[in-house]
Write a new protein. Structure first.
Length: 190
């Protein structure tokens, strides 16, 4: 299944370049904040990543970002902007901040990283659900009964397999990657 990326920038020439760089994805384009929110209202369930410019006429990216979170769109958001980050970004609920100009490789790496983090968080959610089931069963059932039960054996096998997948899924090359994952988990728990 192809991921969907929403590119939001008021410069059509720039969105065209980004669209060409992200040709392996389905790319939706919006040229202002209002259009971005309208697109999310129509296609929000399909959007995996939003690349959002901060400064646009009308509804700015700074206004679109909290609206995305209020709508509970299950997507990752990267601020992709010429605005140098200030301390105001500390409270902004984005997943990554990329300062323009950006190369095609950097843009693709940003999208790939955000998609990988989303997959990892989904895997963690599944893992914790399986571990909770395991804990409930082991707390209430005799060990001998558990060892003889085929469904319990499948549950343990699923847990081990998911542990292997999670270990292979993401490497924590730096603290920003790890922090991004923790923020994603915290946001989902709210």
């Amino acid at each position: 299944m192809t991921a969907t990326v929403l590119v939001v920038d008021d410069e059509p020439s720039l969105t065209a370049v980004y669209e060409s760089w992200l040709s392996e994805y389905e790319v939706l384009v919006a040229h202002d904040g209002a259009e971005a929110l309208s697109t999310l209202d129509r296609r929000g369930d399909d959007v995996d990543v939003v690349l959002l410019d901060r400064r646009m006429p009308g509804t700015s990216g700074d206004e679109v970002l909290p609206a995305i979170r209020e709508r509970e769109v299950d997507c990752r958001v990267a601020m992709l902007t010429a605005v140098a980050p200030g301390y105001d970004i500390v409270d902004m609920p984005f997943d990554d901040y990329v300062t323009k100009p950006v190369s095609g490789d950097q843009l693709r790496e940003t999208v790939e990283s955000l998609l990988a983090r989303a997959d990892y968080v989904d895997g963690l959610d599944r893992y914790y659900a399986l571990v909770a089931k395991h804990a409930a069963l082991t707390a209430e059932r005799p060990r001998r009964e558990l060892l003889e039960n085929e469904r319990f054996a499948e549950l343990e096998a699923d847990i081990r397999e998911l542990e292997r997948e999670l270990e292979d899924a993401v490497s924590f090359e730096d603290h920003e990657t790890f922090q991004g994952l923790l923020l994603e988990v915290a946001r989902r728990e709210q």
